[in-house]
Design a binder for this molecule. Structure first.
Ligand code: 5GP
Length: 341
């Protein structure tokens, strides 16, 4: 555990609102204090639907620009304090009580800018993905992609910080194919997509996702033999979220985690490891951290320290920030230096 805390880590799959501190959400909304306070006790029992009910409660509490900026500042500080050195945070633009969706993204950009000024990019490189909610209207997905273009055209910080898009939201609602055109437009404009997939069993939808070939896959839990074969032949990096997945799958141990059992146990011990990165998903909702997720994988799968160090920074290869940018080159050198066991 101490090693996992100390190692420089890369976090590619973290939802801003899902990473809000429970205490902050409880404070922001007295009316949801009771469910918030019960959250930890209920952690082991959260179904996917209960998770989405929780996101609804968090969104109700996170209802002003000031609250959003506070949560963003805390989330960045928490990841940096946990030893994350490259963070891609993702969030779904939406209107709050006092700002529209554009104002929402600007508030997040401002918060990242403040973190950079206060902590410096030596502490942690932060990049932003704009999320598309598959349970929402397709028109909103188009607006989100449009917003990314507009902001990148107008603001130098947006051009530097917004590096991709994400498709997330309740997997039992909406269809991937309906959102694929928006994702394709984003990709054509230089914004790659990370797509949540196979969180529930739907092999036909997974066929569509693989045909699209997103830059990264989130979760990828329920795969058919044909999907596994296709991915082995032409890998797409997978963002693995251990505690989140085991919680919603109601399984206790990493060896029962379908993605880990298939891609990590088979491959991590060989030089031809499948590209997998370890992520938290929602530190607040699942009561976890980047180092806790890494320790869980390391301890339960009995990985040796060299593999743990490799896995901690594995995601750098799959980051949406260009590999040859100044920040990335510096970061890679720093991670290599600090990952000595
Ligand atoms: P936000 O985008 O508001 O910053 O973060 C919360 C949102 O992220 C949720 O409302 C949901 O759309 C998405 N999200 C968080 N965790 C998960 C997950 O495990 N699966 C899926 N499909 N979406 C998630």
């Amino acid at each position: 555990r101490r090693l996992c805390k100390r190692l420089p880590k890369v976090e590619l799959h973290a939802h801003l609102a899902g990473c809000a501190r429970l205490a902050t959400i409880t404070e922001l909304a007295g009316e949801i204090a009771a469910p918030g306070a019960r959250a930890h006790a209920a952690l082991g029992k959260l179904t996917l639907d209960e998770c989405f009910a929780r996101f609804g409660a968090i969104h109700r509490a996170l209802s002003t620009e000031a609250a959003l900026k506070r949560v963003a500042a805390e989330v960045l500080a928490d990841f940096a304090a946990d030893g994350v050195r490259y963070l891609e945070i993702r969030t779904t633009p939406r209107a709050l009580r006092d700002v529209d969706a554009r104002g929402y993204v600007c508030a997040v950009l401002d918060s990242i800018g403040k973190f950079e000024r206060d902590a410096g990019d030596r502490a942690m490189v932060v990049r932003l993905l704009l999320s598309i909610d598959r349970s929402g209207p397709i028109a909103r997905a188009d607006e989100t992609v449009e917003l990314a273009h507009t902001l990148r055209a107008e603001r130098a910080d947006a051009r530097r910080l917004i590096v991709g898009v994400d498709l997330s939201g309740n997997p039992s609602k909406g269809r991937f194919v309906d959102f694929a055109p928006a994702l394709a437009r984003a990709r054509a404009a230089g914004l790659p997509a990370s797509v949540h997939c196979a969180e529930v069993e739907d092999h036909a939808e997974m066929d569509d996702v693989l045909a699209f070939r997103p830059a990264r896959l989130g979760h990828a839990l329920f795969l058919s033999a044909a999907h596994v074969e296709a991915l082995r032949a032409a890998p797409i990096p997978i963002e693995l979220c251990p505690t989140s997945n085991l919680t919603t799958l109601r399984r206790a141990h990493m060896r029962e985690h379908p993605t880990a059992a298939r891609w990590l146990l088979d491959d991590l011990r060989t030089t031809e490891a499948y590209p997998v990165s370890i992520s938290t998903d929602d530190t607040g909702v699942f009561g976890t951290s980047a180092s806790a997720e890494l320790a869980r994988v390391a301890l339960e799968l009995r990985l040796d320290p060299a593999h743990v160090a490799h896995l901690a920074a594995r995601g750098l290869h799959d980051a949406f920030e260009p590999a040859n940018s100044r920040e990335m080159l510096t970061l890679r050198a720093r991670c290599a230096r600090d990952a000595t066991i």
